[in-house]
Design a protein around this ligand. Structure first.
Ligand code: KDG
Ligand code: MG
Length: 402
């Protein structure tokens, strides 16, 4: 079974998505997400100009071999562009393998380890009462887990707190700059949000929060310790994780569970975090961490060290990535939670899919392969639009992590 066509499709049904579509000589197609928010065309070029020509004529059934061929064969290793491109090929090959076998991909990964994939939604707001209304909405919809983000007084527009989650949260805001970030204000005000949520809704659901890499380890340690009484499911991305040993400081001071990894691309980005048990949840995702093949390897390492999965699932990852994540989530033993930021209606139309939400869980569906496709005719009606992630600055103008 040979690959005879490899094409990259770029579409912008509200935000940009890059998709790889492979076709075999038997007419079977497979899709893989290749979206790297804000740097979409770099991956598209990596695929079109360098990888696609190498795929033609290759045996579509050799998933692991193709992964190694692209990873080791490229000589230049790791990094978001390379690993997103490899992920797209890998995901498309799993899709093809499932279709050939007549089985949903999760069956090829060992079958179900659970009945449904617990997901968390995003309750955002400029003020605490606004966030509380959003939490109520999610709980009414049946969610068992909610992430809460709120505006901070004295700070302008903060990334990730807009209730307009379909577009702004994951960065479709070409010129947004916040220029008055203050960690002191944030640390002072944020505990009141968790207190208000627990006071009104109790403790019978998982509560999460994302700090978007904005703190130092000792600031993070202080926050984690301060909010222990609210029993968060996790605090996410407290500090940038290039310095993996930095998490030791946080760990020494707090029992609040820690999650990190949405910008990771390989097992080596989290090797120390996992093997030293410095985190509780690894947030690497299918599209940016080398596809189903490599993410499964990360989760298997994590399982040995009591670290559970918590895959990134913002809506700048396409429905193809979400479908792939769900097949992995439902099959692995150490699943923790899956982020679920619903896509816009236009995006859902461009990417018809078999997965469905019910009672706080996502279900991958029983369609052979990944159960997701791209409607190319519709996709063509939404041409690419240049867009960037926002920039965050301190009061004095210093660029700061967001
Ligand atoms: O492209 C960046 C987004 O995916 C990211 O900022 C969203 O932090 C995020 C999250 O937790 O989903
Ligand atoms: Mg995040």
């Amino acid at each position: 079974m040979k690959i005879i066509d490899a094409r990259v499709i770029i579409t912008c049904p509200g935000r940009n998505f890059v998709t790889l579509k492979l076709t075999t000589d038997e007419g079977v197609t497979g899709v893989g997400d290749a979206t790297l928010n804000g740097r979409e065309l770099a991956v598209a070029s990596y695929l079109t100009d360098h990888v696609c020509p190498l795929l033609l004529g290759r045996d579509a059934s050799r998933i692991e071999d193709t992964w190694q061929f692209l990873y080791k064969g490229g000589y230049w290793r790791r990094g978001p562009v390379t690993m997103t491109a490899i992920a797209a090929v890998d995901t498309a090959l799993w899709d093809i393998k499932g279709k050939m076998a007549g089985l949903p991909v999760y069956q090829l990964l060992g079958g179900r380890s659970r009945d449904g994939v617990t997901v968390y939604g995003h309750a955002n707001g400029e003020t605490v009462p606004e966030v509380l209304d959003e939490v109520a909405r999610f709980l009414d919809l049946g969610y068992r887990a909610v992430r809460v983000q709120v505006g901070i007084q004295g700070i302008g527009s903060i990334y990730g707190v807009s209730p307009d989650t379909a577009h702004r949260e994951s960065g479709y805001v070409p010129t947004a700059e916040s220029s008055d970030w203050s960690t002191a204000r944030y640390l002072h005000q944020i505990p009141a949000l968790f207190e208000a949520v627990r006071e009104r809704f109790g403790f019978d659901f998982a509560l999460l929060h994302d700090a978007h890499h904005r703190l130092t380890p000792i600031e993070a340690a202080r926050l984690g310790r301060r909010v222990e009484e609210y029993q968060l499911f996790w605090l996410e991305d407290l500090v940038p994780a290039e310095l993996q040993e930095g998490f030791r400081i946080i760990r020494q001071h707090t029992t609040t569970p820690l999650a990190v990894g949405e910008v990771f691309n390989s097992i080596w980005d989290c090797q120390q975090l996992i093997t030293e048990q410095l985190i509780d949840f690894i947030r690497a995702d299918v599209v940016h961490a080398g596809g189903i093949t490599h993410l499964r390897r990360i989760f298997q390492l994590a399982d040995l060290y009591h670290v559970r999965s918590g895959s990134h699932g913002a809506n700048d990852l396409s429905p193809v990535c979400l479908a792939a994540a769900l097949h992995l989530d439902i099959s692995i033993p150490n699943f923790g939670i899956q982020e679920y930021m619903r896509h816009s209606a236009e995006t859902d139309e461009v990417f018809p899919h078999a997965y469905s939400f019910a009672d706080g869980y996502l279900h991958p569906g029983e369609v052979p392969g990944l159960g997701v496709d791209i409607d190319e005719e519709l996709a063509a009606r939404y041409p690419y639009q240049r867009a960037y992630l926002p920039i965050n600055r301190l009061v004095d103008g210093t660029v700061h992590s967001w």
